[in-house]
Design a protein around this ligand. Structure first.
Ligand code: FMN
Length: 291
């Protein structure tokens, strides 16, 4: 047994032990607006339900360990006292991850992650249309747990309206745990798909991903790519150069064959194969080689 008091660890080590041992954690995909009405969307896995009557959800945007700054979501909850907590299923896990990129203040992560803004009924922040369950909430209280990097801020939310997609309901109108296909966060890059098990999602770049909005339409509109594929494609920092694409094609007989077929379906399926193996740059090279 390895035993120690928390203060002997660096804040980073402590955070890592906590996040790898206290897992899997559900994910609050929190939609807020700032004082000027600009939308913001970010995931938080320090999250759970703590009361059903009244219906209370709590999540915690922490002060950054890196530089002790605070998150936009916290500032927005302080300013407006409203939030929509959207539930994350497997279909939107890559876009959710992309939305956690630390884009500057005022950048709309709905647009960067390619998710759809759906107006709420009782509060101003938008819902995520693709999310299977959306909780419109008022913020009752915010409790700061400290003033150092890593300190959480408990955002205590009361649910004022619930929206549930028909697609995840069973014959009795209750949520079907197979159909809802929930995901949860563990440590590092690890997630779990509740009905299947562990998988990894590459962390969003500390440098900024180009975003789903920067992906050309012919890719976004292809029937072969789903939200998870677009989320992966949007997470690269820069597109490969023409020279990089040419070298890649020259050295890859299989890709050359697919490209010379001039068959869009074959080209997109080859790119999809790379995406399934998380070889995102190779997928981009196959897709752009046709241009
Ligand atoms: C799955 C997932 C869970 C996260 N959970 C938390 C969390 O519980 N607390 C936190 O402070 N940051 C968490 N983050 C990081 C924030 O989402 C990230 O810092 C984001 O950029 C904050 O955005 P904001 O400044 O617009 O609020 C998480 C990221 C991911 C991908």
């Amino acid at each position: 047994m390895k035993s120690f008091e928390p203060h002997v660890l660096s804040p980073m080590q402590l955070q890592s032990y906590l996040q790898t041992a206290i897992a899997p954690r559900p994910i609050a995909f929190a939609s807020t607006i700032d004082a000027n009405g600009k939308p913001n969307l970010s995931p938080f896995s320090f999250f759970n339900v703590f009361s059903s009557n009244p219906p209370i959800l709590v999540f915690s945007p922490a002060r950054r360990v890196r530089n002790n700054t605070v998150k936009h979501t916290l500032l927005n909850c302080e300013a407006t006292k409203q939030v929509v907590i959207n539930i994350v299923d497997y279909n939107i896990v890559q876009q959710m991850s992309l939305s956690s990129t630390e884009y500057p203040d005022g950048v709309n992560e709905f647009i960067k992650s390619g998710l759809t803004m759906l107006p709420s009924d009782m509060v101003k922040p938008y819902r995520v249309a693709e999310s299977p369950v959306q909780f419109e909430c008022k913020v009752n209280e915010i409790i700061a747990l400290g003033n150092q990097g890593g300190a959480g801020n408990l955002i205590i939310c009361e649910v004022v309206k619930i929206h549930i997609s028909e697609n995840v309901l069973d014959d009795n109108g209750m949520v079907d745990q197979q159909k809802i296909d929930l995901v949860a966060r563990l440590g590092g890059n690890w997630y779990t798909r509740a009905n299947k098990g562990l998988f990894e999602v590459e962390k969003p770049l500390v440098t900024l991903g180009i975003g789903v909005d920067a992906i050309p339409d012919f890719i976004k509109e292809s029937k072969f790519f789903d939200g998870n594929d677009l989320g992966k494609l949007g997470n690269i920092e820069t597109l490969p150069t023409e020279e990089e694409i040419n070298i890649f094609v020259k050295n890859n007989v299989a890709v050359k064959g697919v490209l010379s077929s001039d068959d869009t379906e074959k080209i997109h399926l080859k790119a999809k194969e790379y995406l399934n193996n998380n070889e995102v740059l190779s997928a981009w090279k196959v897709l752009l080689a046709k241009l």
